[in-house]
Structure formats: structure tokens, C-alpha cells
Design a protein around this ligand. Structure first.
Ligand code: COA
Length: 258
């Protein structure tokens, strides 16, 4: 049984975690399939934006599959975490832009999956939280680091140390989600974001994504040097010249990704 429903629409794909009965929790099978999907779009280059969402209206993803976890010995938990970390990292390393469309609860690994994405859109009923310390563990899919980078250490500690669950409005107010979608319009808003991304020059979008991600941990002078190296990548492209031509000719550009 596939773990995801894939709706392929050319440059944009929508991946729906198809595990409503377990609130779209991350099982080993689901993680393996996610890894394969990410690898496909990363090597293929035709897909430029991916929307990840969950089946049903209850949960985006309820974190690690806790029923499966209860059957795992320590070494299996370690192997699962390693897979989780590699898959989330692959999302970040990909030239594709990933958008989490958070349709309901996103706890633990569910919030971490959303954090590994480039952009986050939330439905009004969405709830987020890194609730791990309540379960005697800590976030293991990068949550302590990615949440801190996104919202700062004060807010990250407020959320992680209390394990509290926050609603979509609070998540938006602290910058944890980029857009709040009106009731019933989550995928429309996420799709609109994806369309706005894929209209732009492919190499430029990828270079800008990596400049932001890779520069974040660097001291400013090093980060600015990184930006310059990323600029070199776009300087050589035909698309840069097409952008200038289209501007002069007052028409939309036709980008080829080279
Ligand atoms: N792993 C495995 N199964 C899960 C799960 C998880 N993380 N979260 C929910 N489920 C299962 C429940 O066990 C239940 O299965 P059952 O029908 O066999 O009893 C089913 O999904 C529905 O769960 P329920 O709690 O009744 O659904 P809900 O819609 O009322 O609430 C949540 C959804 C996500 C708010 C709630 O299930 C929850 O809090 N889950 C735990 C999330 C969590 O702490 N994750 C952090 C992991 S570190």
C-alpha cells in the first residue's frame, strides 16, 4: 500500500500522507517512501515545488508512529532517527521548494517535517507543537535546531520546554507559519504559493534557497561571500539574459532552467 497519494501537476506536485487512521504518523514505511519521493524530484529537475499535506481534516502528521515505536528496540529507534534526519536534510538540500500545507495537528515529528519544508501554510484548525519532553524524549528530527533558527531561542524554549500545543494564529504570530489560509482554502493558498515560486527562474530560486539555508549558521562576512558564490551560479545562466530581455520587451519571461 502506498503511504502517499501523489497528485502530479507538471512543475508542482501535491503529496498527501495517506494514513488518516494513525493521524498520518511517521512510520518506517512512510519515511522510506518520503525519502524515495524526495530523491525522485531532486534528481528529476522537472518538479519545482512540492506541497506536503495530510489526509483528512484532523492531522497533518501526529509525529512518529508511537505504536510502531513501542515495538522497537533501542537500536531500531536510532536507525529510525537517522533515516528521519537524512530525509529532512534531503528536503533542504533539494533544489525543489517544499511547502507544508498543515491541515490539522502537527506534533513532534509532524512539526519537524513542516520545519524542514521551505514554507508553511496552516488551516485555521491547525495546531503545532514539539511535545516530545512530555513523552520523556526530545525532538530528534531537528526540531531543537530548526525551530530555534526560525523563531529564536526564547520562543523555541517556550514551546519545547513546556511541550505546549499552539494554534494556527499563534504559530503565524511568531513566524512559525508563513500564511494562514481561510477555512476550506488551504490547498488553494499553498498552490498559489507554489505557482508564485515556479514562475521564477529555476536556478535563481534554487540558489536563493540554498544561500538562505547555508548562510544562516555563518558569520556575516562569510555569509555574504556565500551569497556572492551563489550569485555566480545565476550569472552564467541563459535565464538571467531572458529576464533582462523580457523586462525590456514588457512581456513575461520564459525560463528554461539553464
Ligand atoms: N502514532 C501512532 N498512532 C497515532 C498517533 C501517533 N503519533 N497519533 C494518533 N494515533 C492514532 C491513535 O492511537 C488512534 O488510533 P486507534 O483508533 O487505533 O485508537 C487514531 O490515531 C486516532 O487518534 P485520536 O487521538 O483518537 O485522534 P484525534 O483526532 O482525536 O487526535 C491527535 C489527533 C494527533 C491530536 C492525537 O492523536 C495526538 O495527540 N496524538 C499524539 C501526538 C504526539 O504526541 N506526537 C508526538 C510524537 S513525539
Amino acid at each position: 500500500m502506498p503511504e502517499f497519494k501523489v497528485d502530479a501537476r507538471g512543475a508542482i506536485e501535491i503529496w498527501t500522507i495517506d494514513g488518516e487512521g494513525r493521524r498520518n504518523a511517521i512510520s518506517r514505511a512512510m519515511l522510506q517512501e518520503l525519502g524515495a519521493l524526495v530523491a525522485r524530484v531532486t534528481s528529476g529537475r522537472q518538479v519545482r515545488a512540492v506541497i506536503i499535506t495530510g489526509a483528512g481534516d484532523k492531522a497533518f502528521c501526529a509525529g512518529a508512529d508511537l505504536k510502531e515505536r513501542a515495538t522497537m528496540v533501542e537500536s531500531e529507534v536510532r536507525a529510525f532517527l537517522e533515516g528521519l534526519r537524512q530525509t529532512f536534510r534531503a528536503i533542504e538540500h533539494s533544489d525543489c521548494v517544499f511547502i507544508a500545507a498543515i491541515n490539522g495537528s502537527a506534533f513532534g515529528g509532524g512539526t519537524e517535517l513542516a520545519l524542514a519544508c521551505d514554507l508553511r501554510v496552516a488551516a485555521p484548525a491547525a495546531e503545532l507543537g514539539l511535545t516530545e519532553v512530555k513523552l520523556g524524549i526530545i525532538p530528534g528530527g531537528g526540531g531543537t535546531q530548526r525551530l530555534t533558527r526560525l523563531v529564536g531561542p526564547g520562543r523555541a524554549k517556550d514551546l519545547i520546554l513546556t511541550a505546549r500545543r499552539i494554534n494556527a494564529a499563534e504559530a503565524f504570530s511568531i513566524g512559525l507559519v508563513n500564511r494562514l489560509a481561510p477555512e476550506g482554502h488551504l490547498l488553494e493558498v499553498a498552490y498559489g504559493l507554489a505557482e508564485a515560486v515556479v514562475e521564477n527562474a529555476p536556478v535563481a530560486v534554487a540558489s536563493a534557497k540554498h544561500a538562505i539555508d547555508e548562510g544562516m549558521g555563518l558569520e556575516l562576512d562569510e555569509a555574504l561571500a556565500l551569497e556572492l558564490r551563489k550569485y555566480e551560479e545565476v550569472l552564467k545562466t541563459e535565464d538571467r539574459l531572458e529576464g533582462l530581455r523580457a523586462f525590456a520587451e514588457k512581456r513575461p519571461p520564459v525560463y528554461k532552467g539553464r
